[in-house]
Write a protein that binds this ligand. Structure first.
Ligand SMILES: Cc1cc2nc3c(=O)[nH]c(=O)nc-3n(C[C@H](O)[C@H](O)[C@H](O)COP(=O)(O)O)c2cc1C
Length: 178
């Protein structure tokens, strides 16, 4: 299976640490795992035209994302969004990414249809602060026709390296995806 992990963090921090750990675990199963670090890509704001929603490459926004990244991310069987929680939701980078790739407008070009989609969320508050992001991804699965493959939550702080990962819950999460 080919899996893409999308890192929505705005800095090199706890999300990177968690992704490295998760990637290591998945690689034991011989699946292919790539990581897309959104902070390292030139990715402009969506311009509000409907082409984004039609799975097309936007002709109005010529950036690294439209030229190099968007054409290269379609052939995965599973997608995992990994995002810190900001103000009870996903980060701006995560949201911009999704609004650049939405494909619900053109039913024959919905490349996320039937694919697995999962989310990893973490933050310094409690689970009440994280649930909105999980509800959001469930909504995305519903209109993209994707299969919700699970969520993994863990506590982190603003201090890099300060994360609390439940190994058993992580292993269940990974098994549900692969
Ligand atoms: C602008 C901002 C808003 C945040 N809002 C929340 C929040 O609503 N709930 C929460 O649990 N943590 C919140 N946090 C804490 C981060 O999720 C936490 O520090 C996380 O470890 C950061 O991940 P990173 O190291 O990959 O940047 C916020 C952090 C920032 C910078």
């Amino acid at each position: 299976m080919r899996i893409l992990i999308i890192n929505g963090s705005h800095r090199k921090g706890n999300t990177d640490i968690a992704i490295n750990k998760i990637k290591e675990e998945i690689l034991k199963t011989k699946d292919i795992v790539d990581v897309l670090n959104l902070k390292d890509i030139e990715m402009k704001l969506p311009d509000g035209c409907e082409i984004c929603a039609e799975s097309g490459i936007c002709p109005n926004i010529l950036d690294e994302f439209s030229k190099k990244i968007e054409p290269s991310i379609r052939n995965y069987e599973a997608y995992i969004i990994a995002t810190p929680i900001w103000s009870d939701g996903v980060t701006p980078l995560t949201k911009i990414f999704w609004d650049r790739i939405v494909s619900w407008c053109h039913t024959d070009r919905m490349y996320l249809k039937g694919k697995k989609l999962a989310i990893i969320v973490h933050g310094m508050a409690d689970e009440n602060s994280w649930d909105l992001a999980i509800s959001w991804i469930k909504g995305v699965c519903s209109w993209e026709g994707s299969v919700f493959a699970g969520s993994f939550k863990f506590k982190s702080s603003s201090k890099v390296g300060d994360i609390q990962i439940d190994e058993k819950a992580l292993s269940t999460f990974i098994n549900d995806i692969i």
